[in-house]
Design a protein around this ligand. Structure first.
Ligand code: AHR
Length: 317
């Protein structure tokens, strides 16, 4: 699926695209090659819009490439950016592992790399300048702590809808939640499977889980889109989401917040997609050869149903 390109940004497409024009202009304009994961969720759409708008505001020329959820497309896009000799490469890695070779190619070409939203699992942190994004373990922990407080006094059989297999937010949110509920007698994760961060994936996996585990009375979804898909499956099974089956989710995008305000979701941990301004600032500093912190953590909160009702009118995404 092609992402609509706005604000004068240039699309490179999902695969190898070495013919695309680009590279530094002689006028001092910074060119950034950006490889996005895809368009799997409401969060991702908001993140893409933020990056495109902030690039335009900062006067940075954006070469935008949509990887359509495939690591090999991201690797091809990064190679294409290297060939074009962009000033800086930024990307949100689909999965955590398998990046060392292409990052080494960028390093050898003298092109700095910024990780945004998701981290890579590499022993060599000199392969990138900085990582801007959420603390996903902390997000999972916040979800787990709410579960312990609100579900811990009665037998709770949890269906976990994981994000994309091998992606940092799926690995870390699972870990954070498991750590927080460890030692709690009443809460048991009885089924855990990937719904790939999509609404369709959440619905499909939830349907199957309800068939094989009729005792399920709680859901922990790694994002709002999967929670929204799960709501459809729960209703189709003749149960009431938020009541018969309580739901915790992550992101706090508008549709998720609406479901929270409507009582279909019970608690949401925020994951902020508006990373564009900070990313452009970091890019300017890196290109100017300035020191930047190796890790920039996004500030985030959590929402109960009452807080969602209050926050919804001003929600930007
Ligand atoms: O990496 C951030 C995650 O990716 C978001 O929580 C999810 O909605 C998205 O697809």
């Amino acid at each position: 699926m092609a992402v609509a390109v706005a604000f004068g940004a240039t699309a490179c497409g999902g695969g190898d695209d070495s013919s695309a024009s680009g590279g530094s202009g002689g006028d001092g304009t910074i060119t950034m090659g950006f490889s996005q994961v895809g368009a799997e969720s409401g969060w991702r759409t908001a993140n893409t819009a933020s990056i495109q708008q902030s690039a335009e505001d900062a006067g940075i020329e954006l070469q935008f490439s949509d990887a359509q959820g495939e690591q090999e497309n991201q690797i091809s896009a990064i190679r294409s950016f290297i060939q074009q000799r962009v000033d800086v490469i930024a990307f949100s890695p689909v999965v955590e592992t398998g990046w060392d070779s292409v990052l080494l190619e960028a390093q050898r070409a003298g092109i700095p790399v910024i990780l945004t939203d998701r981290a890579v699992d590499s022993e060599d942190d000199s392969l990138y300048e900085t990582f801007l994004g959420s603390d996903f373990v902390e997000e999972g922990k916040k979800a787990g702590e709410w579960a312990v407080e609100n579900w811990g006094s009665q037998p709770t059989f949890v269906a976990e809808l994981q994000g994309t297999t091998g992606a940092a937010p799926a690995i870390d949110r699972q870990q954070g939640f498991a750590d927080a509920i460890e030692g709690t007698d009443n809460i048991e994760v009885v089924a855990s499977q990937s719904g790939d961060f999509t609404r369709a994936g959440g619905r499909e996996v939830m349907e199957a889980m309800l068939n094989s585990n009729p005792e399920i009375n709680a859901v922990y979804a790694h994002n709002d889109d999967m929670a929204l898909g799960a709501i459809e499956a729960i209703e189709a099974a003749g149960k009431t989401p938020g009541v018969d089956i309580q739901i915790i989710s992550v992101d706090a995008v508008r549709d998720g917040m609406q479901a929270l305000a409507d009582g279909q979701i019970n608690f949401i941990v925020e994951c902020n997609p508006l990373l564009g301004d900070q990313l452009m600032e970091l890019a300017e500093q890196v290109v100017a050869g300035e020191e930047v912190p190796k890790r920039v953590v996004t500030e985030e909160t959590t929402f109960t149903q009452e807080q969602a009702v209050e926050a919804l009118p001003d929600r930007q995404y």
